[in-house]
Design a protein around this ligand. Structure first.
Ligand SMILES: Cc1ncc(COP(=O)(O)O)c(C=O)c1O
Length: 465
């Protein structure tokens, strides 16, 4: 790497860190003005260094700041320094994780994460896993393994039967998308009803499975969610597992959002029965605060991983055993080292430090819920044990409120819908936030509403009069 680029990098980052403090939210550039406002276009001729650095700085300084104290828009936020360090080094090293020959000790780094996470789940030595680019892909791999265990010949012949899979009506959208990609089809996804807190109702699952069997379908897979995307609800694993055992179905736990509770002594109870699943995933880039992307997929029986993903290639696998050639159990061929950023964090904080991060996020959620309960202008839609705080304020349309907060660079927060209600969804996944930061969010929101009352509440006033 050229020294001048390294110097530039340092300068840009130092400046960005200052700006995150002084101006936590960048004023958004309207999408249709982007090419006019920034030097984005790629041209035939090279650019002089000064112009190039200038274009790059403008680009960086105008990009949304996800590590600032006012970013609550997604299920990730913040910046864990040790993890950033690991990620930066993985980029500079530029290994591909497919072989030991090319990745060397980084293979050990990934395997260590897989083994220690398996231990937390209560899986034995037969377990294995891989690091994937996100929860969507982890879910996809789990679905493919479930499909192939159901019928081995599908790998060669393709899907010819009407195979059905089950997930709650509040699951992540990747389940339906993956069903289409893996060949079973979106129409074969059954959405199980959830209760008033957003948890899958096991009796409805059983009803759907039995109905499908009597209609000639072949059930093969159930997904439960540990932290649903909107409400942060945890499906009941033991009850669902009993149904999976009865009908011989693969049980996957999508813990992309909140599977990190396995690190916490206090909150592991939310995934009680986790050891019963065939596969489990957790996004380290959500509750564990690593940079995007880092998702850990654990499989109870390594045979399943190998059956679905191992393919020989003598131009690639030339030294060492399969155990150390991670390409044998991954979907991609070339694969970035996404393990190092989680390893650096875990190594520096210890398992107990990761547990503290998780516990703190639930504490922040309690602070937020209490604030809402203590202030009558708010309506709360969330339940205990969730890091998604869903609420409305003064009956204001949440879509309008979140959009105006964004347009005016006041706060970054989004909205969600559960059953018949739409609300602001405020997530407390930035473990670097304090109680004061959470209260400041509400104060900022209230001040914004005060300043824009006529515009935001016009409709309500009209309908009240
Ligand atoms: C429950 C759940 N599963 C899966 C995903 C997808 O994860 P990714 O964005 O890493 O693909 C999400 C993302 O928010 C999620 O909330």
């Amino acid at each position: 790497m050229q020294k001048q680029d390294l110097d530039q990098f340092r300068q840009i980052v130092e400046q960005l860190l200052k700006k995150e403090q002084s101006e936590p939210i960048v004023e958004p550039i309207p999408a249709d003005e982007l090419w006019n406002r920034l030097d984005i276009s790629l041209n035939e001729e090279p650019l002089a260094d000064e112009q190039f650095y200038n274009a790059l700085q403008q680009l960086v300084y105008n990009t949304p700041r996800t590590a600032s104290k006012k970013f609550f828009n997604q299920l990730f936020a913040g910046r864990k320094s040790k993890s950033v360090l690991g990620d930066l080094l993985s980029i500079v090293l530029n290994n591909s994780m497919y072989t030991y020959k090319v990745a060397g000790p980084m293979v050990g780094v990934e395997k260590e994460i897989i083994h220690r996470t398996s231990d937390l789940l209560g899986y034995d030595k037969q377990a294995d896993g891989t690091i994937v680019t996100g929860g969507s892909l982890a879910n996809f791999m789990a679905m493919v393994m479930g499909r192939d265990r159901f019928q081995d010949s599908i790998r060669d012949e393709g899907v010819s039967k009407k195979m059905t899979l089950y997930t709650s009506e509040d699951c992540h959208y990747s389940i339906a998308k993956n069903a289409s990609l893996m060949g079973t089809g979106r129409e074969q996804v059954r959405f199980v009803e959830t209760d008033e807190t957003g948890r899958m109702i096991p009796s409805d699952l059983k009803r759907l499975v039995q109905e499908d069997i009597s209609n000639g379908f072949q059930p093969f897979f159930v997904n439960v969610t540990a932290g649903t995307t909107v409400m942060g609800a945890f499906d009941p694993i033991p009850e669902v597992s009993a149904i999976c055992k009865e009908f011989n179905l693969w049980l996957h736990i999508d813990g992309a959002y909140c599977g990190a509770v396995v690190f916490s002594k206090e909150y592991k109870r939310l995934v009680n029965g986790v050891e019963l699943a065939d596969s489990f995933n957790v996004n380290a880039h959500k509750m564990l605060g690593t940079p995007l992307t880092c998702s850990v997929l654990i499989v109870k029986d390594k045979v399943d991983l190998n059956r679905s993903f191992s393919t020989d290639a003598d131009y690639l696998y030339q030294t060492d055993g399969d155990d150390f050639n991670l390409g044998k159990i991954s979907l991609q061929c070339g694969r970035k080292n996404d393990a190092l950023k989680l390893w650096t964090l875990w190594k520096s904080l210890g398992t107990s430090g990761l547990a503290k991060m998780v516990d703190h996020q639930f504490y922040l959620a309690d602070v937020a819920r209490k604030y809402i309960q203590d202030h009558p202008d708010y309506t709360l839609y969330s339940y205990e044990d969730s890091v998604s705080i869903c609420f409305n304020y003064k009956g204001i349309d949440p879509k309008k409120l979140c959009t105006r907060l964004y347009e005016e660079a006041a706060l970054m927060v989004g909205y969600g819908t559960f059953k018949h209600d739409t609300f602001v969804r405020f997530v407390t996944v930035n473990a670097d936030n304090s109680e004061e930061d959470i209260i400041a969010f509400f104060k900022d929101l209230e001040a914004f509403v005060d300043a824009h009352e006529a515009e935001l509440m016009g409709d309500q006033k009209l309908s009240a009069s």
